[in-house]
Design a protein. Structure first.
Length: 51
């Protein structure tokens, strides 16, 4: 039973590493675009409030 559990955990770990390597860059680029868009929107709102 310990062997099955160990194999399952190693398989899950390997899958997580592969997913991280494949999807890390696209996800980070998406998040940077969203954050940049939010900053620009907040800056525009602040400028409008100052007028």
């Amino acid at each position: 039973m310990k062997l099955v559990k160990s194999m399952a955990l190693m398989t899950m770990g390997a899958g997580a590493v592969l997913a991280y390597q494949k999807y890390n860059k696209p996800v980070m680029e998406y998040m940077n675009k969203k954050i940049t868009g939010m900053k620009e929107k907040m800056t525009d709102e602040l400028e409008n409030m100052m007028k």
